[in-house]
Design a protein around this ligand. Structure first.
Ligand SMILES: [Zn+2]
Length: 228
């Protein structure tokens, strides 16, 4: 079920106060239009009618795609106080707990926790492309290594810190396209599907890399743990 409520937001540019819609949960099977609004980010932005400025909305939400079994829990930093967060954490743990038959009602689901809208969008893009986000994180890791070889030490360190985002599969060979910010500009990187297949093999041979038990944050730090 999608749950939307109204709240008031203040324009960052002119201070105009406006009623805006926020979604406590987003079920894309019920309302397919919501999915494209998640993917283009418009569900998390509003335009000020007074001055035209686009403002970002920071709120917690649960993205649910029951057909392809993906649940992404977005918890933006600073969106809740600690007490609220603890309460929600408890509810989410309950959701993923196993019943008496040893099965969770979310068996077979990909469950992820993210801190930013951009991360939510990426998780949906990865899942919709039929890819595995753990394998994608490993691909990013190797892509950074390779790109970094040609750079100065300073640029290499910047590159390692840059958040790579999977964008889409491209071309007849299904190349993986990533985007990342560098010196204030968006850059693109492409890697061949063979790299994805190789990483997929590594992941399948290392069950410890595969997340289980509740909503897991799968990001660059998640995969870096396994290379130490
Ligand atoms: Zn305004």
């Amino acid at each position: 079920m999608s749950i939307a409520t109204e709240t008031t937001a203040t324009c960052n540019a002119c201070g105009h106060v406006q009623k805006v819609k926020v979604f406590g949960s987003i079920n894309v099977a019920e309302d397919f239009g919501l999915k494209s609004k998640v993917k283009d980010g418009s569900l998390f932005a509003w335009q000020c009618p007074q001055c035209g400025r686009w403002n970002l909305l920071k709120y917690m939400t649960l993205y649910h795609d029951p057909e392809s079994r993906l649940m992404v829990w977005l918890v933006p930093e600073g969106a809740m106080d600690m007490e609220q967060e603890a309460l929600v954490e408890k509810k989410m743990t309950y959701l993923t707990e196993e019943g008496e038959d040893g099965k969770s009602s979310l068996e077979g689901y990909v469950l992820r926790k993210v801190g930013e809208v951009g991360d939510l969008i990426e998780k949906v893009n990865i899942h919709d492309a039929g890819l595995d986000d753990v394998v994608i994180e490993m691909c990013k890791y190797f892509a950074k290594m390779e790109l970094g070889e040609k750079l100065s030490e300073e640029d290499r360190n910047k590159l390692y810190e840059a958040p790579f985002k999977f964008y889409r599969l491209e071309g007849p060979d299904n190349d993986l396209t990533f985007s990342y910010p560098m010196d204030g500009q968006m850059q693109g990187a492409q890697i061949g599907f063979k790299v994805y297949e190789d990483c997929s093999g590594i992941v399948s041979r290392n069950p410890k890399v595969v997340p289980h038990g509740g909503f897991v944050v799968v990001d660059a730090s998640w995969i870096a743990k396994f290379f130490k």
